[in-house]
Write a protein that binds this ligand. Structure first.
Ligand code: 3HC
Length: 294
């Protein structure tokens, strides 16, 4: 089975986002090749996939056979060469431009010339990533939201270098996967983060100026704002390092003071308190079960 014009899709980097994206693609019936840099990282990626699909089985949303089929569609490897036959590759490695350049240089070498290369970056310029490849016309952004298996939105980003049709093909794929794509130019924060992060940063500033407590701010936005999570719970879910990177990128482009990262956010990141993934951020997650449930 294939989704639109793609049938075999690679995912590079199987952290929380990459594994979630691989799951979404495999659930859509596509053959997926998941790549990590070494066996440990690959095992962690497999762990993410097993946990997320296991959770769906527990919730009665997926049968054990269905889960097996999804996992069987995902080939896990540490060899970039296994991406050679993919018609789309989605990169989801950590947000460092030097690392993205390295990954795209490798993809340029091994992946078919007509394949589209997509980045899931949330804070770097898609244009800067594209310009460093030998095929900038084939590079787009495809920005999923956390948790990828649940959140409907996919932002598809074209640059001034992107060829006609590439953005539409990727947006059509998103739709085929049951997502809601929106198409955007290459501007820091795209649309959703540009609007969301001013609010999240304001919440951190309110905490700092003792406007209200963490829990009261969270409660105000769940009970009063109708949001599924308050801002501190959401920042902990996203990861405070990612929050800082997104704010810095938007601030660098706009110089808008609302996006100048609140000192408390920088302080927590410096201390290594990055949210759920490290067990503590604005909130504490004492046990693995807490991190899962919170
Ligand atoms: N992986 C897979 N499935 C998950 C999941 C995960 N990590 N977390 C929750 N789910 C599924 C559950 O299995 C459940 O599915 P079901 O209805 O089929 O049984 C469903 O999602 C609802 O989950 P829960 O009942 O456990 O919990 P909640 O109702 O509290 O929902 C939530 C959890 C979906 C995370 C919800 O709280 C939410 O939508 N929060 C806001 C998330 C958000 O705003 N994300 C965007 C962040 S910005 C971003 O990612 C951009 C980046 O660039 C920074």
């Amino acid at each position: 089975m294939s989704e639109g014009s793609f049938s075999r899709v690679g995912v590079v980097g199987l952290g929380t986002m990459g594994a979630g994206i691989a799951e979404v693609l495999a659930r859509g019936g596509l053959a997926v090749v998941g790549v990590e840099i070494n066996q440990d990282a690959l095992d962690r990626g497999r762990g993410h996939l097993e946990k997320s699909t296991g959770r769906a089985v527990k919730r009665g949303r997926l049968t054990e056979d269905g889960r097996r089929e999804i996992l069987d569609r995902i080939e896990l490897t540490t060899d970039f060469g296994d991406l050679s036959d993919c018609d789309l590759v989605v990169e989801a490695v950590p947000e460092r431009l030097d690392l993205k350049h390295k990954v795209f240089a490798e993809l340029d070498k091994v992946v078919r010339d007509d394949a589209i290369l997509a980045t899931n970056t949330s804070s770097l310029s898609v244009t800067a990533i594209a310009a460093a490849t030998g095929r900038p016309a084939k590079v787009v952004g495809v920005h999923f939201f956390n948790p990828a298996p649940v959140m409907k939105l996919v932002e598809v980003i074209g640059t001034v270098l992107t060829e006609d049709g590439a953005v539409d093909r990727v947006a059509a794929l998103g739709e085929g996967l049951g997502k809601t794509p929106v198409v955007i130019g290459d501007r820091a924060g795209f649309v959703a983060n540009r609007l969301l992060f001013g609010y999240l940063n304001d919440a951190a500033s309110m905490l700092e100026t003792r406007h209200a407590t963490r829990d009261d701010i969270d409660t105000a936005m769940t009970a009063g704002g109708g949001l599924p999570m308050g801002p501190f719970t959401l920042m902990d879910l996203i990861g405070l390092d990612t929050c800082l990177e997104v704010l810095e990128a938007i601030h660098a482009e706009t110089r808008d003071r609302r996006h100048a990262p609140a000192p408390v956010l920088r302080e927590l990141v410096t201390a290594g308190l990055l949210g759920r993934k490290t067990g503590r951020g604005f909130h504490s997650y004492e046990t693995a079960a807490d991190a899962e449930e919170a």
